[in-house]
Ligand binder design. Sequence first.
Ligand SMILES: *Cc1c(COP(=O)(O)O)cnc(C)c1O
Length: 415
Amino acid sequence: MALPSIGLGRDEIFDRLDRMKANDVRWRDGHAFTLAYSAGADVVAVAEEAYRRFSTENALNTDAFPSLRTLQADVVGIVGDWLQAGPDGAGFMTSGGTESLLMAVKGARERGRKERGVTTPNVVLPTSAHAAFEKGCYYFGLESRRVPVGDDWKADVDAMAAAVDDDTVLVVGSAPQYPQGVIDPIPGIAAIAAERDINCHVDACMGGVTLTYLRRLGHDIPPWNFEVPGVTSISVDLHKYGYTAKGASVIMHRSKQLRSYQTFLTDNWLGGFYGSSGVLGTKSGGPMGAAWAVLHHLGEDGYLRVTAAARKACEQLTAAIDATPELVVRARPEATLLAVGAADPSSLDVFAVADALWRRGWYVDRQGPPPSLHFTVNAVHEGKIDVFVADLHAAIAEVTAAASAGDQGAYGTVE
Ligand SMILES: *Cc1c(COP(=O)(O)O)cnc(C)c1O
């Protein structure tokens, strides 16, 4: 498509944009079990309005935009409280979970190099740890040592300890891990790091908000944050269960000293001193404004309410799957993520079920191995589970009758 020779008017622009969205998943009314989150139209509206006010402000230099320094400091402070970071805790906002994990990997590499002279660094992590760690190892030249998870899908601490050597700069656990939604044994993993004085990152991109508030609601949540000795950094995505606009995550370090390995400084060009906290240079203030606004709009009572709603919807969905003979739950959800497989994979292709659900307007994630459907249940699904389950049963009946095979799909796509 070529640039119009004469610019279009506003109405035409927004008309065209709206028409382009016609076939997108309707996440605002709960039809997406992945990728998009909503704590209600009012919260989305606050996020969008705050985003608009800061969208062109640039966090590359907060001398020019002190408002962004304040927004970031406030947001990081709130997340630090959630994570039980002590007074030395120090963090940054990033563009998302991926950038947070890239920075965890980069920071560990720098620390290993500066403090111990490690030149061929490796990362020891369970097979369940997020794909972004793989990206980080690839980008920054570290070896990724994947260790199989146990029968309960959780990290196998003894096997991880056995995979660690003098070149290991980072061990990883997730709270919860994405694929099956269970919480890794963080104290065991962190103890490996503490013993060798190396980094331990807890990927709480999904669970950082949820686990904090489930515990405050009285659920029995195993220790996973900075209360665990040996944990050096934690990532929390605010654009997931923080219910803010896309482009907002926080990486918290146990201390400013540990955080210093994340940043980049140079004066080796003709443009003067240049420093940045993460991957980006120019950085929109939009996500910071939206995150600040949503955190303050929801408040403590709001997060208790939306976390309870998400958990209840997840429990309802889990119970409905348990009552569906064609399907099995891979693991009891420990937060709000649920993975589901076929009871008999030779007679039911779960990816075909996902195709049939999409024809009915529902978007669910597909993953494997083993072939599974994945549900990121959030507050938007409150009151929606019954309708979904009716369509799920219809989809299973349709696929079984036609003996269909489905497309494997992908959690992330390239174009
Ligand atoms: C979503 C997620 C990530 C990656 O975050 P993005 O925001 O998609 O870049 C990393 N780890 C976990 C556990 C996640 O759920």
